[in-house]
Design a protein around this ligand. Structure first.
Ligand SMILES: N[C@@H](CCC(=O)N[C@@H](CS)C(=O)NCC(=O)O)C(=O)O
Length: 224
């Protein structure tokens, strides 16, 4: 039995969604974020040393890192659904978007979260203006321009097709859902980018996506 170590409001929602798309049986073990820090609780470190989610176990295998998990599950159980045939241009594009989601799209979104919090963090009154100035400069000079660059790039990627790889929905679209949902929650992704907005509406209307929400519980990404 596949077990998903699932943290509320997190990347592991994608794994539940993939499992629902593949109509597989699986067990969900739930972990709750700390209300103050939003970090995962210590028991997750007993599953994997980093203590982050998602992690899955499948028999003797324990696997972390959402891209690796999604690729493993889609290849092993997908029966060629959701993963383009190897040695095709589609497969290369599939690999590209699978890596891009965590490797390129997520870092500026994480920086935004960290620097937004830094701006609000309690600090002695004489330090507070300096902290705010540094956080504000980091955001305006680097983080915001990077976010706009990536959002424009992703919007352009959907110019000729509904899905990131091409005409077919693939597991890479599942992997791409998280940075886009995070961008909608915290980086101003709205109807001014109609293709990305339509992509989010399209995926969220899928029955498997809805079933995964019912299995996973609360899924509201942090705005800041
Ligand atoms: N690149 C990793 C990131 C894993 C990660 O940072 N997960 C977050 C949830 S969205 C987490 O566990 N945060 C809680 C913590 O760091 O304690 C992946 O894609 O799986």
């Amino acid at each position: 039995m596949i077990v998903v170590h699932h943290l509320n409001n997190s990347r592991s929602q994608r794994v539940l969604w993939l499992l629902e798309e593949l109509e597989l049986q699986y067990e969900v073990r739930r972990y709750e974020r700390d209300a103050q820090t939003a970090l995962a609780p210590p028991p997750l470190k007993q599953v994997h040393p980093l203590g982050k989610s998602p992690v899955i176990s499948d028999g003797a295998l324990t696997l972390a890192e959402s891209g690796a998990i999604i690729d493993y599950l889609a290849r092993k159980y997908g029966h060629e659904r959701l993963v383009p045939a190897v040695d095709t241009p589609e497969h290369l594009r599939y690999t590209y978007w699978l890596h891009y989601a965590e490797g390129s799209a997520m870092p500026p979104l994480l920086l935004k979260l960290v620097f937004d919090r830094l701006e609000r963090a309690p600090a002695p009154f004489f330090v507070r203006p300096i902290v705010r100035m540094i956080a504000g400069r980091a955001k305006s000079s680097f983080i915001e321009p990077q976010l706009q660059l990536h959002l424009d790039y992703m919007e352009a990627a959907l110019a000729s097709n509904e899905w990131f790889v091409g005409t077919q929905f693939t597991a890479a679209d599942i992997q791409m859902s998280f940075p886009l949902e995070a961008a909608r929650a915290r980086a101003g992704l709205d109807q001014s980018r109609p293709r990305l907005s339509a992509f989010l509406d399209r995926i969220q209307a899928r029955p498997a996506y809805q079933r995964a929400l019912a299995r996973g519980g609360a899924y509201q990404l942090m705005a800041s």
